[in-house]
Design a protein around this ligand. Structure first.
Ligand code: GLU
Length: 273
């Protein structure tokens, strides 16, 4: 089977060296290399950052195969997937605010609190009443009900081998919000399948997300690709690079006279080490 990889940045800032490394590795490993812009969060993504990402990849000489998939152009597809889950009784409206959720379950420092399930068993009349009164809500996946349908799941990860999926450690994840009518997890599984991705190679920070994404793939009847995660690049002070860390952006490197070949050779040396 042909190896199809992808690079899927969110245009919420300028790409940095870590993105370049991820894109380069995917280009190296993919017989076909797909590009996707994950721009569903219209409150944070901008067309200027999207254009800058394409420019940076071009500058690096990393050419992708086929069209760029732009998530904001596919909202109707995500809606269809959500409606399917909803008609199977797997979604419920959650009226809690972020603060209420955080307070209901004190989280270990730095971790995202797991939703305690406050709205999972609201009476249908109470739900309808709140919706009719115009209360804002998010749609959550009933993870336990979903797992009961799929049964135990596993996925293959390059470092770990076969891993048992543990979506329950995430609780009932949000699949749609009022301001963003879909979610990262839903779009990523839908689009990886739509783009025929066979191998997902992404930063270590996304390793935990695999557990819920595998559950969504099973629910939506989508194939589960093979996974691999690479270490995150760090700055001279040892901190992870972030999009806010403008000094390490590809644009800043380019403007300071760095040549793409120097970066790509550095990546190749990192692989060899
Ligand atoms: N859009 C995500 C990001 O920029 C990457 C998603 C993924 O690789 O699954 O961090």
């Amino acid at each position: 089977m042909e190896t199809i990889t992808r690079f899927a940045p969110s245009p919420t800032g300028l790409l940095h060296l870590g993105h370049a490394y991820c894109a380069w590795k995917n280009r190296q490993q993919g017989e076909l290399f797909r590009l996707r812009l994950e721009d569903i969060d219209s409150t944070r993504c901008t067309p200027a950052f999207a254009a800058a990402a394409l420019y940076d990849l071009h500058w690096l000489g990393l050419r992708w195969d086929g069209e760029v998939r732009v998530q904001s152009a596919h909202l109707a597809e995500y809606q269809t997937a959500l409606s399917g889950l909803s008609s199977r009784g797997l979604l419920y409206p959650c009226f809690c605010s972020r603060r209420e959720i955080a307070e209901a379950q004190a989280a270990p420092h730095g971790a995202t609190p797991v939703y305690p399930g406050t709205c999972r068993h609201l009476h249908p009349d109470a739900r309808a009443g709140r919706i009719n009164a115009g209360h804002a809500y998010a749609l959550r996946l009933d993870t336990a009900a979903a797992s009961a349908i799929t049964g135990a799941l596993k996925f293959f990860e390059a470092d770990s081998g076969w891993v048992a999926a543990r979506p329950e450690t995430f609780g009932d994840i949000v699949l749609a919000r009022r301001d963003i009518p879909t979610s990262y997890h839903l779009c990523v599984v839908h689009d990886d399948a739509a783009q025929g991705v066979t191998h997902i190679l992404r930063g270590e920070d996304l390793r935990p997300a695999t557990h819920v994404q595998v559950l969504l793939q099973a629910l939506l009847g989508l194939p589960t690709p093979k996974y691999a995660h690479h270490p995150l690049l760090r700055n001279a002070a040892g901190q992870r690079l972030t999009k806010r860390d403008g000094a390490e952006s590809l644009r800043a490197l380019r403007e300071s006279g760095v040549k793409p070949s120097v970066l790509l050779e550095r990546f190749a040396r990192m692989e060899a080490a």
